[in-house]
Design a binder for this molecule. Structure first.
Ligand SMILES: [Zn+2]
Ligand SMILES: [Zn+2]
Length: 110
């Protein structure tokens, strides 16, 4: 209640709602607090990324155990046990690094 009034007043005066110092342009926070909020969001984002990665890994392991392609869950084209992906996914994975190679490491290929 009182907090809202406090924040509103600070917004009107162009001051940071966290520390009362002059706020950054187009922001309700000063540079320091803009940065710290950004950092917090980044940490939150990364934590969720980790969570997602764990889920993806679990799904891949399940597919592997069932003998399916670990990427799309489809049937593997050949019965080769050394391959974890179907032909489609293998080709796509092969194709992607080639594109990155050309864009980012021009002339620096090993
Ligand atoms: Zn501040
Ligand atoms: Zn696949």
């Amino acid at each position: 209640m009182g907090d809202n009034k406090y924040k509103k007043k600070h917004k009107e005066l162009g001051l940071c709602i966290e520390c009362s110092r002059p706020a950054a342009p187009f922001s309700i926070l000063c540079f320091k607090h803009t940065a710290s909020h950004y950092e917090r969001n980044l940490i939150y984002d990364q934590a969720h990324k980790k969570e997602r990665a764990i889920k993806t890994k679990a799904a891949k392991l399940k597919r592997k155990a069932e003998g399916r392609c670990i990427t799309c869950g489809g049937p593997k084209h050949d019965g080769r046990k050394d391959k974890t992906e179907c032909q489609n996914c293998t080709e796509k994975l092969y194709f992607k690094p080639r594109i990155l190679d050309e864009n980012y490491t021009q002339g620096n290929a090993p």
